[in-house]
Design a protein around this ligand. Structure first.
Ligand code: HAM
Length: 454
């Protein structure tokens, strides 16, 4: 069985004997066919729920000018200061592989004049992203996110609806019960500066108890002191002044409304005054989906409101809110929960042939079978019928069509039921029809543009 590259992505294959000369770089992995079954399923669920909620899909480029991320996510954030894949193009311009999509979506909203569309503009994406993180389980250097952004509406009902949509998707995927929704309000441009000063004053004189990173954060990004994972920093964060006590009336009312709406929709959440998120663009609502056993360590997703970002990126003042979830982590959870996903890859029929004439007749037969919705594999090599039947067995097909010298001469084909071991001879021109009847209309794989999945 193929190695599970999602859970063992960074396991070296040295233990399995000679290492092949070419390996993926550390922290990235192939998505093998088995894992694509999960990807396809997740994409279908996301598309379905987003479509129902009026979202349209957007894809921003894999790389942007570095400033798009540096300006929006914040120069002192971990993502910008340590985790970006930044390179220069041939003209010396600084470009970066996207570490997240919100910045690019906001850039696209402004650049493409979406402010003149009916507001709010609701967009979703399903994309790979890149962060130079320290690779470990659930933390990769190329990882997939789906996410959604609602730009152009400041009502707290939007935040509650986004949380509900995220929960609904996780519920469809069978894993919502594994996560708790952590919720906080981190204030706005009016009330946060005063709180930041209070927080700094609290930490001044206690620098010796802070970890190396937090000493640095104290001046550059004091809010981040609250969600440091180091034990000593956490102890201090527990007794630090609470942002909730410094929120302006507007933020307090906003927070109350979000919670009321969530309660109305029967969504459980946990008040978490230490939750600040690692990206600088947030205002008011922030939330994360935490693993009920691991806590913040392997959050499956997070998001929040970012009312200042459109303006910061050069657009008109525009309220916005969004969420993104990590698909690699979702898949690992689905596998752990033994959640089976539907897959349509199993073949229906194997076509075996003997001789040049039979091979010639097989080619249009295979094409016709496929057009009729029958998933068909043809053994077009030179093996004996016996070898080809062995192959058919390995592919686990329910039926094999055999075309030998006699069948070509008599204008017939043999259909073999691989499970029962019986076979019957049918007129060659009836072979497709016979197969359709055997497989059944419901199981045919007929292309319908309305169902295309990417
Ligand atoms: P984020 O919390 O940085 O938020 O990422 C969202 C999710 O992406 C995480 O909860 C995690 O599941 C997954 N993720 C992040 N880094 C990695 C990694 N190295 N390996 C595997 N999975 C990872 C954002 O990206 C914001 N743009 C979300 C947002 C959208 N806020 C507003 N709109």
């Amino acid at each position: 069985m193929a190695k599970d590259l999602l859970t063992d992505a960074d396991d070296s294959s040295e233990t399995q004997g000679q290492k092949p000369p070419f390996q993926t770089p550390k922290g990235v992995h192939d998505i093998l066919p088995k894992d694509h079954e999960y990807h396809t399923f997740i994409k279908k669920v996301v598309r379905h729920r987003c479509r129902q909620a009026g979202f349209r899909r957007i894809t921003t480029p894999m790389f942007e000018f570095t400033d798009v991320f540096a300006r929006s996510i914040g120069a002192t954030s971990d993502i910008v200061s340590k985790e970006m894949y930044t390179f220069e193009d041939k003209k010396g311009r600084s470009l970066t592989l996207k570490p997240e999509s919100t910045a690019g979506v906001v850039r696209a909203y402004i650049q493409n004049g979406m402010q003149s569309m009916p507001q709010p503009v609701a967009l979703y994406y399903i994309e790979p992203h890149f962060r130079y993180d320290r690779p470990q389980k659930g933390r990769y250097r190329q990882f997939w996110q789906f996410g959604f952004e609602v730009i152009g509406e400041s009502d707290p009902a939007i935040d509650a609806q986004l949380i509900y949509l995220a929960w609904k998707i996780l519920d469809d995927l069978g894993i919502a019960q594994l996560f708790s929704i952590q919720l906080n309000n981190i204030g706005c441009a009016q009330c946060r500066p005063a709180y930041t000063q209070v927080l700094k004053d609290f930490y001044y004189g206690k620098e010796r108890s802070l970890c190396y990173n937090c000493k640095d954060r104290l001046e550059k990004n004091p809010l981040r002191l609250l969600d440091c994972k180091e034990e000593d920093c956490q102890i201090l964060a527990q007794i630090a002044p609470k942002l909730t006590d410094y929120l302006c009336e507007d933020c307090k009312a906003f927070d109350r409304d979000v919670k009321e709406f969530l309660e109305e929709m029967k969504i459980d959440y946990k008040d978490n005054p230490s939750l600040v998120r690692g990206l600088d663009y947030y205002t008011k609502t922030v939330f994360e989906f935490w693993d009920k056993t691991d806590g913040a360590q392997n959050a499956i997703g997070g998001g929040g409101r970012y009312d200042g970002l459109v303006e910061l990126m050069g657009g008109q003042p525009t309220a916005a809110s969004g969420f993104a979830a990590g698909m690699d982590r979702i898949i690992a959870n689905m596998k752990r929960e033994k959640i089976k996903v539907p897959q349509k890859d199993d073949l229906h029929v194997f076509v075996a042939q003997l001789g040049q004439e039979a091979k010639k007749r097989c080619l249009p037969l295979i094409a016709d079978l496929r057009d009729a919705g029958i998933k068909t594999m043809g053994a077009l090599g030179k093996g004996s019928i016996k070898t080809q039947l062995r192959m058919a067995d390995k592919f686990n097909v329910p039926y094999t069509i055999i075309l030998g010298l006699t069948e070509v001469r008599e204008g017939t084909a043999i259909i073999r039921d691989m499970k029962v071991g019986s076979q019957k001879t049918v007129p060659f021109e009836d072979a497709v029809e016979e197969m359709v009847a055997l497989i059944g209309e419901d199981d045919l794989d007929l292309y319908s543009p309305g169902e295309a999945v990417y």
